[in-house]
Design a protein around this ligand. Structure first.
Ligand code: ADP
Length: 298
């Protein structure tokens, strides 16, 4: 008899072959598990190049909505190429699984950083927010709305450079002024206009960026309550408090992003020009020790 765990493992072969590019990968260590995907470190045996292999069992993809989401994720992600977006290398399938080969982000996501550090310093926030904004600027210039920007989807490489990933809820704006009406899933930092189903666009990402910046600087999310219902109520009323210990430029930038009316939120280009970025130290790089302890600020 084999246990369920062993059975599961068998379904993800140790040697993975991509018939299209004729590449062969060896499955190495387990990296993490998401809603549907399991992620492994994989190595191209011809080039020794290491990647992240996001592997989704076809058994789990029974509903047509799930299949649709997966193919949307792939078709959007494969069209993107940017320093601050997780690189998409290739994808293929066999009878058991779908395999997505991605740039490996060895330092996990900003979620783990947040859990370990809670509130981070202003220079660190500047360092990360600048990169996140450059990534989102690229997405918006390609008419892509990510729709689920959150700490867990902001991956980190060995230089602590941010890579935006997980395009499972992303959407493409097809014509100027289009407002999306539906969203199949539950974004973490959900904007009020999604909750009220008023139609939404790029501005929902700006809202999420406000939530991300708040969470990084305060150490907890802006609308957190003990129930989702109360959290949604607060979001709709845009009811949050910023600790007065934050400096003025940070308070101002968060306030601009967390406005109930989408049309009043600034674009990414505007945010990149905000005085928050010129009002203090912008580190050229951060040491890896910042994943666990605050850098010295003297
Ligand atoms: P899902 O979309 O099913 O939620 P995720 O995208 O969250 O799956 O990925 C599942 C796990 O794999 C997470 O633990 C995440 O940290 C890890 N992961 C995903 N992409 C990468 C990557 N490019 N590099 C390193 N780890 C990754």
């Amino acid at each position: 008899m084999t246990s369920i765990k062993e059975d599961e493992k068998k379904e993800i072969p140790e040697i993975i072959h991509d018939p299209q590019t004729n590449s062969t990968y060896q499955r190495l260590r387990f990296f993490g598990k998401g809603g549907f995907a399991k992620c492994y470190e994989i190595q191209d045996i011809a080039t020794n190049q290491i990647y992240a292999g996001k592997i989704v069992s076809k058994k789990l993809m029974v509903k047509s909505s799930q299949k649709e989401k997966m193919s949307q994720e792939i078709s959007i992600h494969r069209s993107l190429q940017h320093k601050h977006v997780v690189g998409f290398h290739s994808f293929f399938e066999d009878s058991l699984n779908i395999y997505i080969v991605l740039e490996l982000c060895k330092r996990r996501s900003m979620m783990e950083l947040h859990k370990r550090r809670k509130a981070i310093t202003e220079p660190e926030t500047r360092f990360y927010m600048h990169q996140i904004l450059l990534g989102v600027q690229y997405l918006h210039s390609r008419r892509i709305i990510h729709r689920d920007l959150k700490l867990g989807n902001l991956f980190l490489d060995d230089d602590l450079h941010v890579k935006i990933g997980d395009f499972g809820l992303a959407a493409k704006i097809e014509y100027e002024g289009e407002r999306k009406r539906t969203l199949c899933g539950t974004p973490n930092y959900i904007a009020p206009e999604i909750l009220t189903r008023d139609g939404h666009s790029f501005e929902v990402d700006i809202w999420s960026l406000g939530c991300i910046m708040y969470t990084l600087m305060v150490g907890r999310p802006p609308f957190e309550t003990s129930t989702l219902r109360d959290t949604y109520k607060r979001i709709k009323q845009c009811e949050y408090r910023i600790p007065s210990s934050l400096r003025k430029p940070a308070i101002s930038m968060i306030g601009l992003q967390l406005q109930a009316k989408p049309s009043q939120r600034p674009s990414v280009d505007k945010l990149l020009q905000h005085e928050f970025f010129s009002s203090g130290i912008m580190p050229a790089a951060l040491p890896l020790s910042c994943l666990t302890t605050a850098p010295r600020t003297d």
